[in-house]
Structure formats: C-alpha cells, structure tokens
Design a protein around this ligand. Structure first.
Ligand code: 6PG
Length: 238
C-alpha cells in the first residue's frame, strides 16, 4: 500500500503540523481521552522545544494522555531516557498533569516492566481488533531501518502477541521496552518522522524498494492512516 508522504521545509513546519494534528484529534474525540505515543531519539527533541515555545499551554489539553512507543531501561533522570527529554523540554514546561503522563518505569526490572506497561496500556486504551488502539503514534526511523525499539535482528517483535516486549539494542545490548508491531499497526494515525540526510537511503529502501528486512517496512495502519513526515534531505531519493 502506497504510504502518504508530506515534505516540510523545516522543523517549525513539522511542529505546527504536529500541534494542529493534536488539536484536530482533540476536537474529534468529543471530550474523550486522546492517547498519544511519543517516539524517542534526537529528532523529536527539536519538535518538543518548538511546541513548548510556540504553543505553550494551548496543548496542555486534559484530553491528551502521553505514552511512549519505546523507552530505554534506565532511570527517568538518565540522559538516555526518552521520557526525560519529552518531559524536560515540553510536558513539564506546559504542566501536563502527572496522571496524563504514562512513562515506562525504566528503573524497573525489564521483564516485569514490559508486563506492567502493557497492563497500564490495556487498562486505559480503547480496544479495536482485540488490541489497544492509540489515537496518534509518533515513530522515528533508525539508520538501520528500526522503529520504536524493533531492530532488524528482532523482527519477531513485529508479530508478538504481547502489547510490549523487552528489546535489546543490537550494538550496545541496552535493554528497552517497546510496543510490538500489531499494537503499533492498530493505531488510528501513525506518523513516521524522518528528517535529515542520514535517513534518505533508508526512506528510499522502505518507501520505494519496500525492503522486507527492515522493521519500518512492516508498519502500516490497519485501522487508519500512515503518513511519513520528511524534509527535503530525507526525501532526496524519492
Ligand atoms: C529510540 C527510538 C528510536 C528512534 C530512532 C530515530 O528510543 O531511540 O524511539 O526508534 O526514534 O532511532 O532516532 P533519531 O531521531 O535520533 O534519529
């Protein structure tokens, strides 16, 4: 299925699109909770800062519940923590209530945290196709074609029956908690955020060549929409 692509001039435009998407989801939810899964890595950090500066508490909508598509098994104060940066750069700054921030407890034992986080997701989210359904799934793209923490040497996580699994970074061995393929694909609106020259080859391999051995090639929304947010550098081979 041909994925939709949107090419942005700069991160400001991407942040505006993100903010407008959240506002649209809030309106469509008629007061109900909107469950948003954030990605980690460096790309979203720039977006979070812009959202804080430009939109401030306009996005502190009590309907928004923030989750993570994956996080590293480290304490929340560790620079490796995806939660830490989203919170420091954005969520804390706009005073999102703690009850609306559902972080992976990276300080816990990984195996038990994968179970706990799955239970928290299954308790709060509506179900469709017998799976918890996120309203918005923000995903990054690794230079090896991974997304969330589903790496090319752990493709079985794309078809796991569990909501969450323990993953391992292939180079460092760092343990992570990740959402699995079926839950990611059950999201209503999936955005792949891939910007910069260093993502251009993988973007082509996934979107044009549909290379099967890359985890990101196996992400598509079964219930809604998947769109790639690119910039001119990451889209240069398209
Ligand atoms: C993580 C991620 C991961 C990330 C990609 C892209 O925990 O690292 O969630 O999937 O989104 O590796 O990362 P960059 O934005 O740093 O390129």
């Amino acid at each position: 299925m041909k994925a939709k692509i949107k090419i942005f001039k700069n991160t400001g435009e991407i942040a505006d699109e993100f903010a407008n998407t959240l506002k649209t989801l809030a309106k469509a939810a008629n007061g109900k909770a909107v469950h948003i899964a954030l990605s980690g890595g460096s790309t979203p950090k720039i977006i979070f800062q812009y959202l804080k500066e430009k939109f401030g508490k306009e996005l502190a909508n009590p309907q928004f519940h923030f989750w993570w598509g994956d996080d590293r098994c480290v304490p929340p104060t560790d620079d490796e923590s995806n939660y830490k940066w989203a919170n420091e750069l954005w969520l804390k700054e706009i005073e999102i209530p703690l009850t609306n921030i559902h972080r992976v407890l990276g300080e816990n034992d990984p195996e038990s945290e994968a179970i706990r986080y799955a239970q928290e997701i299954e308790k709060h989210l509506p179900f469709e196709n017998n799976l918890p359904t996120f309203d918005f799934m923000l995903l990054g793209l690794g230079e090896d074609g991974h997304t969330a923490s589903i790496f090319p040497n752990q493709m079985e996580l794309l078809s796991s029956k569990n909501t969450c699994e323990v993953a391992f970074h292939p180079n460092t061995g760092q343990k992570r908690i990740t959402l699995t393929g079926p839950v990611i694909n059950n999201s209503k609106f999936i955005v792949f955020l891939a910007i910069g020259e260093n993502k251009a080859s993988k973007v082509k391999e996934i979107l044009l060549d549909q290379q099967e051995d890359l985890p990101a090639s196996h992400i598509q929304s079964n219930t809604g929409e998947l769109i790639w947010w690119l910039d001119k550098n990451s889209a240069q081979n398209m």
